[in-house]
Design a protein around this ligand. Structure first.
Ligand SMILES: Cc1ncc(COP(=O)(O)O)c(C=O)c1O
Length: 285
């Protein structure tokens, strides 16, 4: 099977996928993207991810020449040209070529990259993970910009310290989000998560809806010291779902084991997704 990408209007073998070097994505890191995954071969929350891509593009001033329907069709077409059991799908909108290498000239490029979904370590879910804090804030946090410079640096630092994720802390000492995740803390029986300065995570939204059925939810600024003294902490993201956090920097969280609320929400989210995207059901859009 030849792995196929969609690149600027054409389906090409992944090994031959290229874009011109004068694209603003390369010259200036100007572009947006979204990442989704499949379950039973079906893209999870496809419409939500496309909507967020459209929103991200709008936030940095890129006008998309593709309709919502067209974007969905291109993504599904690319997915179906590949045959991974489960896939990750990256949809990228670049700033397009620019003769002065800085001014967008209204010709964004669309890329759809389908790759095999990685299998994540079981230990993350059974034992929980360590995360570190990292002083940084994204300039347009609501947009999923392709600029992940801080994320790349922060993740490397996390990995050097045996941690799975780094979470950004802003100049006010507020915890914002991870490099590719949102963060939650159980504080005084309330599921607390920041509401500003973050990417509006699609997993975060699903978790908030589920949580609201059984416990109080508090969307507000979250201090770094509140995080380290929380009863439970977890992170959420498309590429990891809900991952329990048992250590933040040097501080152990709760009793150092994945918490009860985290586990309950993990089961509820898996059930909801598995029920919605059943094996037999074949969704075309
Ligand atoms: C900066 C940032 N925040 C949060 C998230 C989590 O969002 P989602 O649950 O939609 O994957 C991601 C992952 O895409 C991210 O890159």
């Amino acid at each position: 099977m030849v792995q196929t990408y969609y690149v600027d209007g054409q389906f090409v073998a992944a090994s031959e996928a290229v874009i011109p070097v004068d694209d603003l994505a390369i010259m200036r890191g100007f572009g947006v993207f979204d990442l989704l995954r499949t379950l039973n071969g079906q893209p999870l929350f496809l419409k939500e991810h496309i909507r967020r891509l459209e929103d991200s593009a709008g936030r940095i001033g890129i006008q998309l020449p593709w309709s919502h329907r067209k974007l969905i069709d291109i993504v599904l077409d690319t997915l179906h040209r590949n045959s991974f059991e489960e896939s990750n799908i990256r949809i990228v909108v670049t700033g397009g070529s620019s003769t002065d290498f800085i001014t967008p000239q209204g010709k964004p490029r669309l890329l759809v990259l389908v790759t095999q979904a990685p299998v994540l370590p079981e230990k993350w879910y059974t034992d929980g993970v360590k995360i570190i804090t990292f002083f940084s804030e994204r300039s347009i946090p609501g947009a999923k910009s392709i600029d992940y410079i801080a994320a790349t640096i922060a993740l490397k630092k996390a990995q050097e310290q045996g941690a799975t994720e780094a979470v950004y802390v802003d100049h006010k000492g507020h915890v914002l989000e991870g490099t590719t995740s949102n963060i939650f803390a159980l504080i005084d029986g309330k599921l607390t998560t920041p509401g500003t300065g973050i990417l509006s995570g699609i997993t975060r939204k699903a978790v908030l809806e589920l949580a609201a059925k059984t416990l109080p939810v508090d969307i507000r600024d979250l201090g770094q010291d509140e995080l380290t003294s929380a009863g439970e902490v977890f992170i959420t993201g498309t590429n990891k779902m809900i991952v329990p956090v048992v250590q933040v920097d040097r501080a152990s969280i709760g009793d150092g084991r994945p918490g009860r609320v985290t586990q309950t929400l993990t089961r509820a989210l898996s059930k909801q997704i598995e029920d919605t995207y059943k094996k037999t059901k074949r969704i075309k859009s």
